[in-house]
Design a protein around this ligand. Sequence first.
Ligand code: AMP
Ligand code: GLY
Length: 420
Amino acid sequence: MKVMVVGSGGREHTIVKKIRENKEVTELYVLPGNGGMTQDAVCVDIGAKDIDGLVAFVKEKQIDFAVVAPDDPLVLGAVDALEDVGVPCFGPNKNAAILEGSKVFSKNLMKKYHIPTAEYAVFDSASDALAYLENAPIPTVIKADGLALGKGVIIAETREDAKKAVHTIMEDKVFGKSGDHIVIEEFLTGPEVSVLAFTDGKTMIPMISSMDHKRALDGDKGLNTGGMGTVAPNPYYTEEIAKECMETIFLPTMQAMNEEGRTFKGCLYFGLMLTPNGPKVIEYNCRFGDPETQVVLPLLESDLLTIMQHIANGTLAETEVKFSDKAACCVIMASEGYPQSYETGFQITLPEKHDNIFIAGAKQKDGVLVTGGGRVLGVTEVADTLADAVKQAYQTVENVKFANAYYRKDIGQKALAAEV
Ligand code: AMP
Ligand code: GLY
């Protein structure tokens, strides 16, 4: 069986390694992948957003199954284009990927179907938004409507900052057309939980919960990043809360999308906040989270490709999805200076055994693996307890070497404090 994975980061490396475990797979391609994946798959120099290129490739190689991992190609309709030429895919169609592609859509959907989320208002003009802000409760949250590389959310602590955000998003257009419309939303508080769920539109199977660490510096200080580390499971997410989320959020979201004629199949990511008034949705993503995937999939005991095929067939209920009851911790090693400016091109040395090291930003240069991005790699360890997973992940980090390496020292500490 010939399988292709679209994308190039640590999430895709994790998916590639998992798919390789399936003995039916004879050829595995990753488009474009990165220089750190070459032992696990054939990297093909076709960009994830090059839909015509993806289609030409599946025809040329007669690909049997495709996994589209990142948000951009999903929102652009990569799955529709690949299905049109007869390739079964894991990932939502364009009309369902809008759940992540438009915050205005997702907020309106939640309102219509009574799915708990922050109170909000939508604005199409800067003047209306600025007038609203004169009396809005502070802090407040400003969100660009469309995809904005994970940077389209601004938490404004003062009225001035909120107004500045409206100017930069709607007038200066720092996120381009994503800022044509904005959502201004109530500031919520409480622990955050990421829950990824498999769904084919009929069945919804949440995966093990996880906790991201989005800020660049220890103690949740500094700039927002794509994620500096993760742990799973998330100790705040008790069985009772899981049950409540299933009833008030997960199943209602699946049904709402069906009602709208936008059946969602693939991995639906729920970014949740456990507020004093119950769990609420902070955001939906139409794909696996990164770096959540680096702790969630290593705990998956069932075969990933089989699950993905069942989702494509609409038969998810017929397959087993089993997670280990162990814990996992992933520490992201980045280039010093990320998420702003940083240097790359430094040689990376990995320990001999590196099954659970997932490469995100690296390239091959004269046969040597060198750094090639902000987030360079993720080091994951799985253990019986979260404390051991955290300890072992940091031990392995000591054995990964590259110049200008930066990582947070406190991944998992908040979760460990919540356990007791
Ligand atoms: P996002 O880019 O959508 O992942 O949002 C980035 C982060 O902003 C989230 O992980 C939350 O920490 C925070 N955030 C988003 N919306 C809210 C809100 N309504 N209240 C408080 N924090 C929020
Ligand atoms: N870790 C958050 C995301 O994947 O968007």
